[in-house]
Ligand binder design. Structure first.
Ligand SMILES: *Cc1c(COP(=O)(O)O)cnc(C)c1O
Length: 379
């Protein structure tokens, strides 16, 4: 098998047979001419069911995650919704992280629950807690690692064993790590979920999602639901994500390089009370992260010593770091989770500390990022 970057650049992307175009065209078409009734060309019939640009992306995703089948969706949430509807039935149970991505928490607690599915939020960093939470009706153990915004780490191999002992699937949301840094299917997970809006797209110019199934039969089942539900990635969006994936490796290396320099600055800074980064030896998930990730990623959170208002002020004073939600683009972003991405979690089990600041470290010149944070942290 070819190396990661070779797959990212070539998988699913043979030069166009007619023109030799090296980049898959954006097939902006809803339907396809048939050579006589039922005479489909390469199986293409209607673009909800299949589109060559999307197919290229789907094949590339399967190759990058090492799965039997990849599927591309209109958003990360569309991918999650399709997966949950494909697998769950009334009476089933799902285990979710107690610090799940807010949209995942909302989907499970406000929508999936209404179909008669019960759920238990669990600290998935503790495999024993997950083992205690699974029941005969448990069909999915859902994991994110690292988590948002506290950068908790879950042991994918250990949780795969727990899920499989219970007859459940292990689903890993691999949005933060990307397949470049972490390959959950190789650790025993059954399905990988992505918000391709983040690092995979990588340029903050597209919203998208993906699923990759380890097993072909489950992949076919998910494809049936993808076509039935219809929340597919459009051809232009698929093309943007495909373009983003080509540089995923070099971008992630630079995200990690810059994040490491920023972590070094923050850990020495007198106004920073705590730095949350799985690459730090004192991070509770460091050993597991070191085992299952090749590097520790571009997301860094820290707590400001003087409390919530000081944390808000740091966010307001940054200039090169853009104040904004989302993550994973080439540009650096700063945000206050308690009042922005995680405001809706206030008062719930998912509430985050008010003195917390989250950085999505971009790939700008690192000295500019360091100077900007030094300025933002000055009093
Ligand atoms: C953004 C995100 C999602 C949701 O993806 P959308 O593309 O916004 O629908 C899911 N999981 C994680 C970890 C995310 O960061």
């Amino acid at each position: 098998m070819h190396g990661f970057e070779t797959r990212a650049i070539h998988a699913g992307q043979e030069p166009d047979p007619r023109t030799g175009a090296v980049i898959p065209p954006i097939y902006a078409t809803s339907t396809y001419a048939q050579d006589g009734v039922g005479g489909l060309r390469e199986g293409y019939e209607y673009s909800r069911t299949g589109n060559p640009t999307r197919a290229a992306l789907e094949e590339c995703f399967a190759a990058l995650e090492g799965g039997a089948r990849g599927l591309a969706f209109a958003s990360g949430m569309a991918a999650e919704d399709t997966l949950l509807r494909a697998v769950l039935r009334p009476g089933d149970h799902i285990v979710i992280p107690d610090d799940a991505y807010g949209g995942t928490f909302r989907l499970v607690s406000k929508v999936v629950e209404r179909w008669g599915v019960s759920w238990t939020p669990v600290p998935v960093g503790d495999p024993d807690a997950v083992r205690a939470a699974v029941r005969p009706e448990t069909k999915i153990v859902w994991v994110e690692t690292p988590t948002n915004p506290l950068l908790g780490v879950a042991d994918v191999a250990a949780l795969a064993a727990v899920a499989h002992d219970a007859g459940a699937l292990l689903v890993v949301d691999n949005t933060f790590a990307t397949p470049y840094l972490q390959q959950p299917l190789s650790l025993g997970a059954d399905v990988v979920v992505h918000s391709t809006t983040k690092y995979c797209g990588g340029h903050s110019d597209v919203v998208g999602g993906a699923l990759v199934a380890a097993d072909a039969a489950l992949g076919d089942e998910l494809a049936f639901h993808q076509n039935t539900i219809g929340a597919v990635a459009g051809p232009f969006d698929a093309w943007l994500v495909l373009r983003g994936l080509k540089t995923l490796g070099v971008r992630m290396d630079r995200h990690c390089d810059n994040a490491e320099r920023i972590v070094a600055l923050l850990t020495e800074h007198p106004r920073v009370a705590q730095v949350l980064y799985p690459g730090l030896p004192d991070h509770p998930g460091h050993d597991v992260a070191a085992k299952q990730m090749s590097r520790f990623g571009g997301m860094v959170s820290f707590r400001v010593a003087d409390g919530e208002q000081a944390a808000v002020d740091v966010c307001d004073r940054a200039r090169v770091f853009t104040l904004g939600e989302s993550l994973g683009g080439v540009e650096s972003l700063i945000e206050h989770p308690g009042r922005m991405t995680h405001a809706s979690a206030a008062g719930s089990a998912l509430e985050v500390p008010g003195d917390l600041v989250r950085l999505s470290v971009g790939i700008e010149t690192v000295d500019d990022l360091l100077a900007d944070l030094t300025h933002a942290l000055s009093t």
